[in-house]
Write a new protein. Structure first.
Length: 37
């Protein structure tokens, strides 16, 4: 049973996706504040 391995890689992919979305949101917010000033 390779369920541990599978869930581990799913967790890594999930963390990467969340991290990427969060980074994009932060970049978008900082870009907006820069253009407003």
């Amino acid at each position: 049973m390779r369920l541990d391995r599978l869930s581990q890689s799913i967790g890594i992919i999930f963390n990467d996706a969340i991290g990427g979305l969060f980074a994009n949101m932060v970049n978008g917010v900082s870009a907006e504040t820069e253009s407003q000033s």
